[in-house]
Design a protein around this ligand. Structure first.
Ligand code: UDP
Ligand code: MG
Length: 475
C-alpha cells in the first residue's frame, strides 16, 4: 500500500490481552467508511506477547504495519514513531485498550472532511476514581493558569490530525516531548466533541501515581518558564519581607535596647528562606536538566524491528533489554544486492588505483616492487571502502587481518575456473579469464563481507534522532 487516506497509530505496551480485539473493532469501524487505511502499531518494548501478536496481525492483514522498540521508551516516543511511519493523508492516534472507541472514527473522519486539521475526541470523567478525577481536574486548572498553550481537561491523544498538522508536529525537534502541549501549540483549525469515558477492556493502566506526577511536572515545565518567574517573585517577596523585618528589629532595638528574645522568629526565617532557596534551585535544576537532555541529542527510541524488516518470529515472552537487535530509527540492514554492486564498483576503482600506483612507481623502482606496493595500496583501499561503504561499519584490525582471504579465494577460484574453461571447455584464454573473474566475484564478495562484519566493532549508527524518555499518562 503506497498511499492511503487514513493512518491509525496505536502505541502498545503490554497489551497482549486486548490488541487482537482492538484490531477487530477498528477494522469493523473503518471498513464501512470506504476510506483506504493502514494501522501502524508501535510496540513500546512490551515484555508480554504483544510483539508476537503484532507480527501475526501483519501477516494476516496487509493494512497492518508495526515497529517494535528495543525497550520501553514511553508513550510519547511511541506516538512519535507512529507519526513518523504514518503515510496517510490524515492520522488518528488512539490507545490499544479500547478506551478510545473505534466507533467514533467515522465521525472524526467526517469532521476532518469539513476542513479541520485537528479533530479531538474529548472524554468525560464518568466512572473514573474520585481521587484521580479530582487530581486531574485540579492539574488542568493549574495548567490553565501557568501554561502558555491551552490544555483542556479530557482532551488527550485521541485525535485526528491532517497531514499538515502531522508534519508540523514532526518538525518540532524537542527531546522532552509533551504531546498535549505540542498539539495545542501547532494550532490550525481544531474542533472537538465529547464522548463517554469507557473502562479498559482488559489489562492494567500503565500510569501509576508517580508516573502521573512526573508527567504532570513534565507538562508544566515543557511549555513555559513561569515557574522560574515564580521563583524570582518568591525570592523578591522574601527579600522584601526580610528587609521589613530588619527595619522592625532596628526600631525595636532603638526603642527598647538589645534583648535576648527573638531567636524563634530568627530560626523560622532561616528555615523558610532555606526552603525557598531549595525549591528555587530545584526549579532551576529541572530546566538545566532539560537543557542537558536536549544537548545530548539522543534518539527518542531505538527500533528492534519493523514490519518492513522483520526479525525472527517471537513465540516466547521476550527478556528485557535485548539490545543487540536495536538500531536507530531509519537505519536498515544494507541489502545484499546493494552491497554486492558497491563491492563490484569498489573492485573496479581499486584495480584502477593499483594500475595508477604501479605505473607511477615503475620508473623509479623495480617493477615487481611497484607491483607489490600497488597491490598493498589497493587491498588497504578496498578494505577501507568496503568497510565504510559496503558494510557500513568501522574498520578493525581483526577484520583487516581476515580481509586478504577474499583475494586469496578470488585468486584460487578464478584460477580453477580459468583452467576448466580453457582446458575442458575449449574457451579462448581471454574470454575464459573474463568469465572466471566475473564468476569468482560473488564468492570473494561473500568472504570480504564475512571478514569485515565478523571482525567488526559495534555497528555504526546511520541516523541519530533527538532523545527523550518522556512518558505520558492518561488524560
Ligand atoms: N502505552 C505505551 N507506552 C507506555 C505506556 C502506555 O505505549 O509506556 C500505551 C498503552 O499500551 C495504551 C496507551 O499507551 O495503548 C494508553 O496507556 P494506558 O491505557 O495505560 O493509559 P491510561 O488509559 O490509563 O491513561
Ligand atoms: Mg487506557
Amino acid at each position: 500500500m503506497k498511499n492511503c487516506q487514513v493512518s491509525v497509530i496505536v502505541p502498545c505496551y503490554n497489551e497482549e490481552e486486548v490488541v487482537k480485539t482492538f484490531h477487530r473493532a477498528l477494522v469493523e469501524s473503518l471498513e464501512p467508511t470506504g476510506e483506504s487505511f493502514e494501522v501502524c502499531y508501535v510496540d513500546d518494548g512490551s515484555d508480554d506477547l504483544t510483539r508476537a501478536q503484532l507480527i501475526h496481525l501483519a501477516a494476516a492483514d496487509e493494512r497492518v504495519r508495526y515497529i517494535t522498540f528495543s525497550r520501553n521508551f514511553g508513550k510519547e516516543a511511541a506516538m512519535l514513531a507512529g507519526l513518523r511511519m504514518s503515510r496517510g493523508d490524515c492520522v488518528v492516534l488512539m490507545d490499544a485498550d479500547l478506551q478510545h472507541p473505534p466507533e467514533l472514527l467515522p465521525r472524526m473522519l467526517e469532521l476532518s472532511q469539513h476542513g479541520y486539521d485537528q479533530v479531538i475526541a474529548r472524554r468525560d470523567r464518568e466512572g473514573e476514581g474520585a481521587l484521580r478525577s479530582f487530581a486531574s481536574r485540579s492539574y488542568y486548572r493549574a495548567m490553565g493558569h501557568f501554561m502558555e498553550v491551552s490544555v483542556v481537561d479530557g482532551e488527550g491523544d485521541f485525535r485526528l490530525l491532517s497531514r499538515r498538522a502531522v508534519d508540523s508536529v514532526l518538525a518540532l525537534p524537542e527531546s522532552n516531548r509533551f504531546s498535549k502541549g505540542i498539539f495545542s501549540w501547532i494550532g490550525f483549525d481544531t474542533t472537538s466533541f465529547t464522548y463517554q469515558n469507557a473502562a479498559r477492556v482488559a489489562g492494567r493502566s500503565k500510569w501509576g501515581g508517580r508516573r502521573l506526577l512526573n508527567y504532570g511536572i513534565d507538562g508544566l515545565i515543557s511549555f513555559n518558564n513561569r515557574p522560574l518567574r515564580l521563583a524570582i517573585y518568591a525570592g523578591l517577596l522574601m527579600a522584601l519581607a526580610a528587609m521589613g523585618y530588619a527595619v522592625w528589629i532596628i526600631v525595636e532595638v532603638a526603642r527598647n535596647g538589645v534583648g535576648v528574645p527573638g531567636y524563634t522568629s530568627l530560626l523560622t526565617a532561616v528555615v523558610a528562606l532555606g526552603g525557598i532557596q531549595l525549591v528555587t534551585l530545584g526549579i532551576v535544576g529541572e530546566y538545566v536538566g532539560r537543557i542537558y537532555c536536549e544537548t545530548k541529542n539522543r534518539p527518542h527510541y531505538l527500533i528492534r524491528e519493523t514490519s518492513e524488516s522483520p526479525a525472527s518470529a517471537v513465540t516466547e515472552r521476550p527478556s528485557r533489554m535485548r539490545g543487540s537487535g536495536a538500531r536507530a530509527y531509519g537505519s536498515a540492514q544494507p541489502g545484499t544486492v546493494r552491497q554486492f554492486l558497491t563491492f563490484a564498483v569498489i573492485g573496479v576503482v581499486n584495480t584502477l588505483v593499483y594500475l595508477a600506483v604501479y605505473a607511477a612507481l615503475n620508473p623509479w623502482i623495480a617493477y615487481l616492487t611497484a607491483h607489490v606496493i600497488g597491490y598493498c595500496v589497493s587491498i588497504i583501499g578496498s578494505f577501507l571502502l568496503n568497510s565504510y561503504i559496503t558494510c557500513r561499519t568501522s574498520p578493525t584490525w581483526r577484520a583487516f587481518v581476515r580481509f586478504p582471504l577474499s583475494s586469496l579465494v578470488n585468486l584460487a577460484l578464478s584460477g580453477a575456473l580459468l583452467y576448466v574453461g580453457v582446458s575442458h571447455l575449449a574457451m579462448g584464454k581471454n574470454i575464459a579469464a573474463l568469465i572466471a573473474g566475473v564468476l569468482a566475484t560473488p564468492f570473494s564478495f561473500l568472504i570480504a563481507r564475512w571478514a569485515i562484519t565478523s571482525g567488526a566493532a559495534a555497528p555504526r549508527r546511520t541516523e541519530s534522532l533527538l532523545g527523550s524518555q518522556t512518558g505520558r499518562p492518561g488524560e
